[in-house]
Design a protein around this ligand. Structure first.
Ligand SMILES: [Zn+2]
Length: 272
């Protein structure tokens, strides 16, 4: 399927802000994918989800889903239960949309050691996968690399957690850059891809899901997303490395100008 480029939510230039308008606009722009943003809750019903699935299939636009931000699988009692339900709800609607993946921010490290947080989150993700399986869902669960150290989701954690069957990585390159200011050169981008390949094999690079944007950060990590040209993020180098490694899958652009930067990244990629 090659490498497809698209936006986080409907492109800015869509006729409407709804997902159907967004998918049509993605098609008109010559992009290949779109992430449905359920980040502030799943407002899409099953009926719309079916229409979304039909339209995306007709126009051959691949979809993914971003689950709610307010999730902490390392939380206690109610927080953990609600987090589980939120992920499942996104996955259910995403599955009806025929989305390939549901992306999650897994949680916070809090007072625990990273290892203790890992074990707890792993257990929760296994449970969620079991439930998804029992409901017959055909959608991957993707844990995202995060932009702050206080969050679960450094590169090692995201790669290692794929030991849970059905869990795959979502590599947010801009987040990985924001945590330390590193991860912003061809060599470092290549090292990230090699780490994925070491764990998941060539199959891992053939089925990638990525987030990319310009980004502003401080010593505490991510502050906000920026347009490429306003940020120091080396998107041209990254496009080159993605081409060198023949990575396949979805690239979701999260810059504020969504499709402008998605198209920029795509044309940069196509130069190689
Ligand atoms: Zn995210």
């Amino acid at each position: 399927m090659g490498l497809l480029f698209g936006t986080a939510g409907a492109p800015v230039s869509s006729k409407g802000t709804d997902s159907l308008s967004g998918i049509r606009r993605i098609y008109e722009l010559g992009l290949g994918c779109m992430e449905l943003e359920f980040v502030r809750g799943v407002k899409m019903g099953e009926e719309t989800a079916q229409k979304v699935g039909i339209l995306s299939k007709k126009l051959d636009i691949k979809l993914s889903v971003h689950a709610q931000y307010y999730i902490n699988l390392n939380g206690e009692g109610e927080t953990r239960l609600k987090s589980r339900e939120r992920i499942l709800k996104s996955a259910r609607i995403g599955n009806i949309c025929k989305a390939r993946s549901v992306v999650v921010h897994a949680g916070f490290i809090q007072k625990d050691s990273r290892l203790a947080a890992y074990e707890k989150i792993k257990k929760e993700l296994s449970r969620i996968r079991e439930q998804m399986k029992s409901e017959g869902m055909d959608i991957a669960l993707r844990v995202e690399t995060m932009g702050r150290n206080s969050q679960f989701g450094n590169l090692d954690e995201v790669i290692r957690i794929t030991e849970v069957a059905g869990v795959l990585p979502c590599i947010d390159f801009s987040h990985l850059h924001a945590v330390t200011g590193k991860n912003n050169s061809r060599q470092e981008f290549a090292d990230i891809l090699k780490a994925v390949e070491n764990k998941l094999g060539r199959e891992g690079l053939n089925n990638m899901h990525m987030h990319i944007s310009g980004i502003e950060y401080s010593e505490k990590g991510e502050k906000r997303h920026l347009e490429f040209e306003e940020s120091d993020f080396k998107f041209r180098e990254l496009a080159h490395v993605l081409s060198e490694f023949k990575v396949q899958g979805l690239v979701i652009c999260e810059s504020p100008n969504l499709e402008v930067d998605a198209l920029k990244l795509k044309s940069e990629y196509e130069r190689y």
